[in-house]
Design a protein around this ligand. Structure first.
Ligand SMILES: NC(=O)CC[C@H](N)C(=O)O
Length: 332
């Protein structure tokens, strides 16, 4: 490429754009600073790429919603279809970054890099992590080896895959981890080195098309605990006409008998139930204590409950057949 790569930064808010009362900590407000101000503190970023910025939203990511996801997916697909755009960097709050990353991993149909980044310290804090994270996100977006790896999350000198990454710590700057497999790669002194590639389907191989949609199927999450009477939550989702439930179960996707009966009632009424786990590591497998085909459930595999919810929502835009949903959970 003779010209410099062109990277578009889509800003959504979060702590990376946050402002605190004090540079050493305390309360702060997300989404106070626009994309131009974020860029102004790292002028070297313009040595890596020609940068243009767009403000997609100005929110703390706890307020991220499906309407904004659909808008983001559409805008990403539009931009990446342009010959003069080589990749995207999305600045985002960390609370739901993993969910937005996985949603875009399945709905953006391009092999050009899409990299999400954010920060744990507000923009005006001492040793704010946002500027370096943004710089390294752009370094990742312009790296030729990033092509075809799907959507990535870059923070703290580390590149994670959208499917595996999760926010693991409430406050630390090394909060993002991939507990099952570790990161895709690392960044040091502007150099990005990858160790592995995502194996499951994504982006250019994804069957999910959301460009014409203005909403997604309704799927709720029910969380297991000893002595759970979350049968009431299951009943509430049934009564509200939800399309599906993800159960964040014990261990290998287990539930107590009360909740199990309520979940079986849900499937008998045409709802879809995914068995995920509240455990951090390991897959929910079909061969365990639950007979999925008898109960009409689908095992989430390695997806955590919040990502299993997104995959079920997208699956239900394409099919209502349980066997097809099972195939989707084994492929994405
Ligand atoms: N560190 C953060 O980005 C968290 C701030 C805010 N809750 C958000 O997710 O946008």
């Amino acid at each position: 490429m003779s010209r410099k790569p062109h990277i578009v930064i889509l800003a959504t808010g979060g702590t990376i754009a946050g402002s605190a009362q004090s540079e050493t900590g305390g309360t702060y407000t997300s989404a106070q600073i626009g994309v131009d101000d974020l860029l102004s503190v790292i002028p070297e970023i313009r040595d890596l790429a020609d940068i243009t910025g767009e403000q997609i939203a100005s929110i703390g990511s706890q307020d991220m919603d499906e309407a904004t996801w659909l808008k983001m997916a559409r805008r990403c697909n539009e931009l990446l279809a342009q010959d003069d755009v080589d990749g995207l960097v999305i600045t985002h709050g960390t609370d739901t970054m993993e969910e937005t990353a996985y949603f875009l991993h399945l709905t953006v149909h391009s092999d050009k890099p899409v990299v999400l980044t954010g920060a744990m310290r507000p923009a005006n804090a001492h040793s704010a992590d946002g500027p370096m994270n943004l710089f390294e996100a752009v370094a990742t977006a312009v790296c030729p080896d990033s092509k075809g790896l799907g959507v990535m999350v870059v923070t703290n000198d580390t590149v994670f895959g959208a499917r595996d990454v999760t926010k693991s710590c409430t406050t630390a700057i090394h909060t993002f981890q991939s507990p099952n497999f570790g990161p895709l790669g690392h960044i040091h002194a502007q150099t990005v080195e990858f160790q592995r590639k995502p194996q499951r389907l994504h982006t250019t191989d994804s069957e999910f098309q959301v460009d014409q949609l203005d909403k997604l199927p309704r799927v709720g999450i029910v969380y297991a605990h000893a002595g759970a009477d979350s049968v009431l939550a299951v009943e509430a989702f049934i009564a509200a006409g939800y399309d599906g439930i993800v159960h964040a179960g014990f261990g290998n996707g287990n539930f107590n008998s009360l909740v199990g009966d309520a979940l079986k009632k849900a499937t008998s009424q045409g709802m879809h139930v995914i068995r995920a786990s509240r455990a951090l590591i390991g897959a929910v497998t079909e061969a365990g204590e639950v007979n999925d085909s008898e109960c009409g459930f689908v095992a989430a595999g390695l997806l955590n409950p919040q990502k299993a919810r997104i995959l079920l929502q997208l699956a239900l835009t394409a099919t209502k057949e349980r066997e097809d949903i099972r195939r989707i959970f084994k492929s994405y």
